[in-house]
Write a protein that binds this ligand. Structure first.
Ligand code: F6R
Length: 243
């Protein structure tokens, strides 16, 4: 595991974009596993900038997003499809046919989970998986639980996650109660993982995830077992580390 400490969120975003840019430069048809939420917004901003500067070409890149709320259509401005389209895809030369996000509207959750795993297998797996870190240690929407879920599945979101995400919705009642997420097995199968973490409020959970015991009660702790993890975090998030 390699840990890069940056001064602040902006520097973190620039660094994370550089890691992704290097991946796409070295392998133009890379499969990128992507995340939503606040953490990757700056990273996407810098990737767009590099594309506009002519430094990056996404025409052969394929993507698979980590997760999607259950019950939201693509047009819903809180769906992760909408997020990805507006914060990244529409600004770069990616072929939308090469982008993949679980379908939150499907009624058969098991079938959708199996379809999504098949999509990822069909892509040949993920080359570089971008991850944020939940306040409770979740990655994707793999919430703390008694076991590590392997493949894509539909989860009941924990009250703390609903609380953390209510800032994006008109009211807490509008936050979906379920989501589709890649499983821990799917995430761990990525050839490289890039974890980005910012802010003081994530300092303790980042420390627990990287230095504490590996346990499904802190899902991100499983990353200690992955052979190729890059962590990019700001000083505030790394304040519990002696670095
Ligand atoms: C989003 C995702 C989540 C977030 C996590 C952190 O696709 O999978 O695990 O990465 O909830 O969210 P932010 O970045 O908003 O703090």
């Amino acid at each position: 595991m390699r840990i890069y400490k940056t001064k602040d969120y902006d520097a973190l975003s620039r660094k994370a974009a550089s890691v992704i840019a290097a991946q796409v430069t070295l392998k133009p048809d890379s499969v990128l596993g992507l995340a939503t939420g606040s953490s990757p917004l700056g990273t996407y901003k810098y990737l767009i900038e590099r594309f506009k500067d002519g430094e990056l070409d996404f025409s052969e890149v394929k993507t698979a997003n980590l997760d999607e709320y259950r019950g939201l259509t693509r047009e819903n401005d809180q769906s992760y499809y909408y997020f990805m389209y507006h914060n990244l895809f529409q600004h770069i030369n990616i072929n939308m046919g090469n982008t993949n996000i679980p379908d939150g509207t499907t009624s058969d959750a098991k079938a959708e989970a199996a379809r999504y795993d098949q999509v990822i297998r069909g892509l040949g797996g993920v080359d570089l998986q971008l991850l944020g870190l939940g306040h409770n240690g979740h990655i994707g929407f793999n919430e703390p639980s008694d076991y590590f879920a392997m493949g894509t599945h539909c989860v009941d979101l924990q009250p703390s996650t609903i609380e953390a995400n209510k800032r994006f919705f008109a009211s807490i009642d509008d936050v979906p109660k379920q989501a589709f997420t890649m499983g821990i097995g799917t995430i761990m199968a990525a050839r490289k993982i890039l974890l980005i973490v910012s802010g003081n409020e994530k300092a303790q959970i980042l420390y627990d995830a990287l230095c504490g015991p590996v346990t499904s009660h802190v899902p991100a702790s499983i990353l200690q077992m992955h052979p190729n993890v890059i962590v990019v975090a700001d000083e505030a998030a790394l304040s519990k580390f002696n670095l």
